[in-house]
Write a new protein. Structure first.
Length: 326
């Protein structure tokens, strides 16, 4: 089984332009012939079973989820959720160095495990980019399927990501001074008490300037992870009636180590550009809060506060994000 792992990792570098017949989310690929196809909301998979020698192989593409911040965190999470826990294996995967293609970072790893008391192999290829991640999983119990796995991986093409297309709005001078200043929100802390559960939170924060520019900060912290995620964005905004259009010019996501293991900035570990998410919100003021409404959740703002609304409060209602060095 070791031979399969080495070949699999080597051929990841060969991802390129091949004929494609099937598409699932941002992935185009050539489906293996004569394999049984399985389609669910969160997965598309292909299985082949040889009844003569009782060998089998399964390849599956899992639906994308929100990235945890970088390829290392995403791969570890995907391996844990899709391989380690369901197959109850504690054998760490052999991994390749991350590679890049079309704005995506790619990492693969594989390990042996026991399935129905027989030797088997599990392989995970995780793709991280544009604030999301997805994985391709291959499992088999015979080395003869290595060619099929390689052919599938080689056939992959990643769709070029595009910015959200929003209505073009003519730029006007800011007419509502109520929006000027700092606004923030934070998701509930997932902690029962100091003895149970883990401490984690995420924050989002806007600052709207009088000259029509804005800055945005986001922070994700969890005791479960060795690194803290920081998002920094800036751009311009336009107010037309009760519409607020956010037009980002620059956006990056950074991964930082934890100083002394706590909620403090340590060293910068990685930094990558984020897809520029241009969005038009309906906005209004409820009491002292700024309400931003949109038809679907945005990557920048995260989960809705309620309904289709994001509720941002004035400075006295939240703890501002402190940047490294402050």
């Amino acid at each position: 089984m070791k031979k399969i792992i080495l070949l699999y990792v080597f051929f990841l570098s060969a991802i390129g332009c091949f004929a494609q017949k099937q598409t699932f989310e941002q992935v185009s690929y050539t489906a293996p012939k004569a394999w049984k196809k399985e389609v669910r909301n969160d997965i598309v998979g292909y299985t082949f079973i040889n009844t003569k020698d009782k060998s089998w192989c399964r390849i599956a593409i899992y639906k994308s989820t929100a990235s945890k911040g970088n390829i290392e965190l995403d791969f570890n999470s995907e391996w844990d959720m899709l391989i380690a826990k369901p197959y109850k294996t504690k054998i760490p995967p052999q991994m390749n160095e991350p590679q890049e293609a079309n704005g995506w970072k790619i990492k693969a790893g594989g390990s042996s495990f026991k399935y129905n008391n027989q030797d088997a192999l599990a392989m995970v290829t995780t793709f991280t980019g544009y604030d999301k991640c997805f994985s391709i999983i291959a499992t088999c119990n015979n080395e003869k399927y290595v060619d099929s796995i390689q052919n599938f991986i080689q056939s992959i093409e990643l769709k070029e990501q595009q910015e959200n297309k929003e209505p073009v709005i003519k730029r006007n001078t800011v007419t509502n001074s109520n929006i000027i200043g700092s606004w923030g929100k934070s998701n509930a802390v997932s902690q029962i008490n100091n003895r149970y559960g883990t401490y984690s939170y995420n924050k989002q924060q806007y600052y709207f300037n009088t000259n029509g520019t804005y800055t945005f900060l986001g922070k994700n912290y969890s005791e479960d992870y060795a690194e803290t995620i920081l998002i920094k964005e800036n751009g311009t905004y336009v107010i037309t009636g009760n519409q607020l259009q956010i037009i980002p010019k620059s956006s990056v996501i950074e991964s930082w180590s934890k100083k002394n293991g706590g909620d403090n900035w340590g060293q910068l570990k990685s930094s990558q550009k984020r897809a520029l998410e241009k969005v038009t919100y309906q906005y209004n003021m409820e009491g002292r809060n700024l309400i931003l409404s949109t038809s679907k959740e945005t990557t920048r703002d995260g989960r809705f506060s309620n309904g289709n609304n994001y509720t941002y409060g004035p400075p006295e209602t939240f703890t501002a994000i402190k940047l490294p060095g402050q």
